[in-house]
Design a protein around this ligand. Structure first.
Ligand SMILES: *Cc1c(COP(=O)(O)O)cnc(C)c1O
Length: 369
């Protein structure tokens, strides 16, 4: 059996270990927020936003942000059918209804024309998820949002390092959410970030994130609203501080792996990788190969071929509307069609060129039966 190729694995150096050790030894009492504040400041600066709140997950950041926007029972939030359930779960938890629209054939992100058609009097927000690092059509979505008075939320959990015409993913909407789960480009084990340029929204989420205790509240143990507990710990933030010092390197490596796959598959008809349109940079969190219908290649055939080579490749997200827990429908046509002939490729920081060649060889081999 050939050596196993993992699909993700974090890159953690002595820098992160040093900070985490310091936080573990000394980051208590008066210093229990030091790394958290430092991590938030690094993130604000990197993204170019006014406010950042470190959270225990991206799901928590989305949940609090949507709650602060007033999303609740009877409301609808529009998002792409192709997504991980973490983007939809907070909508359901708030008593609102996720409305799934189909994706664009090239970016695999929500189709703005279908978003506009899905708007009803109950629509409360548009959730733009930058899938696998690919960017949503932010100009079109923001124009629709402005025309209908709807906030555009960015789930940038997969889009650290992605840039839309000079602006970083997550910095363009009413608020943005990031994930630092162990599979993501930057990791703190588990963790996330809420970001916004809206002072009032920041104040509300800040209060919600602290068990409902407002910043200016002088009375002890006196919540101003019923909040949440989605805070990041100082030890996790210490790891994040080290990762942020290496953010350029972490993103550059993801992009290099992605571009290497593009080179290895150049001239190979019938395989589309993540797009990188003019004016955009793809943070390339998850290089993904989609086979053209004419190739006849299926997800099941891809899974079998990669398993035979001991390579950990993962399936493309199932349409959320096809999950029994979210309706169990057929799924939107493109969301279902693309998922049936696509695969996520390994892309961890320390992967070797020889490993990338093994992955590319499997993809090329699919096309000759
Ligand atoms: C990973 C991910 C999440 C969830 O992140 P957690 O930190 O695990 O909550 C949400 N949305 C997208 C698009 C993701 O990829």
């Amino acid at each position: 059996m050939k050596a196993r190729i993992l699909y993700t694995k974090p890159s953690v150096t002595e820098l992160e270990v040093g900070y985490a050790t310091d936080a573990t030894r000394n980051g208590w009492g008066e210093r229990c927020y030091d790394y958290i504040h430092r991590f938030e400041a690094q993130f604000r600066e990197h993204l170019g936003v006014r406010h950042a709140i470190a959270t225990s997950s991206a799901t928590g950041a989305l949940h609090m942000g949507m709650a602060a926007l007033g999303i609740g029972p009877g409301d609808e939030v529009i998002l792409a059918d192709t997504n991980w359930i973490a983007s939809a779960a907070p909508i359901v938890h708030l008593g609102a209804t996720p409305v799934f629209v189909d994706i664009l054939a090239d970016s695999w992100c929500l189709d703005p024309a279908l978003v506009e058609r899905a708007i009803t009097p109950r629509t409360k927000a548009i959730l733009a998820v930058h899938l696998y690092g690919n960017l949503c059509e932010m100009d079109a979505l923001r124009a629709i949002g402005t025309a209908h008075g709807l906030p555009v939320i960015e789930d940038a959990a997969e889009a650290l390092g992605s840039v839309w015409h000079g602006r970083r993913a997550g910095s363009m909407g009413a608020f943005g959410a990031f994930s630092f789960h162990g599979t993501k480009t930057l990791t703190t084990g588990e963790g996330g970030m809420f970001v916004t340029n809206d002072d009032a929204l920041f104040d509300t989420v800040n209060t919600l994130s602290n068990h409902g205790r407002a910043r200016g509240q002088a009375r002890q143990f006196w919540p101003d609203m019923v909040g949440y507990k989605y805070k990041m710990s100082n030890v996790q933030a210490a790891i994040g501080c080290g990762q942020m010092e290496r953010i350029g390197e972490l993103v550059a490596r993801k992009r290099a792996i992605f571009h290497r796959y593009r080179a290895l598959l150049a001239g190979c008809d019938g395989i589309a990788l993540n797009p990188e349109p003019a004016g955009c940079e793809n943070g390339a969190w998850m290089p993904t190969a989609v086979f053209a219908p004419a190739t006849g290649v299926t997800r099941e055939a891809l899974q079998a071929a990669f398993a035979a080579e001991n390579i950990d490749a993962r399936v493309f997200f199932h349409p959320l509307s096809s999950l029994p827990v979210l309706g169990g429908h057929a799924g939107q046509p493109l969301a279902a069609g693309i998922a049936a002939r696509a695969i996520n490729l390994p892309s961890y920081h320390d992967m070797t060129d020889e490993e990338q060649q093994r992955v590319a060889a499997v993809l090329r081999g699919m096309r000759h039966g």
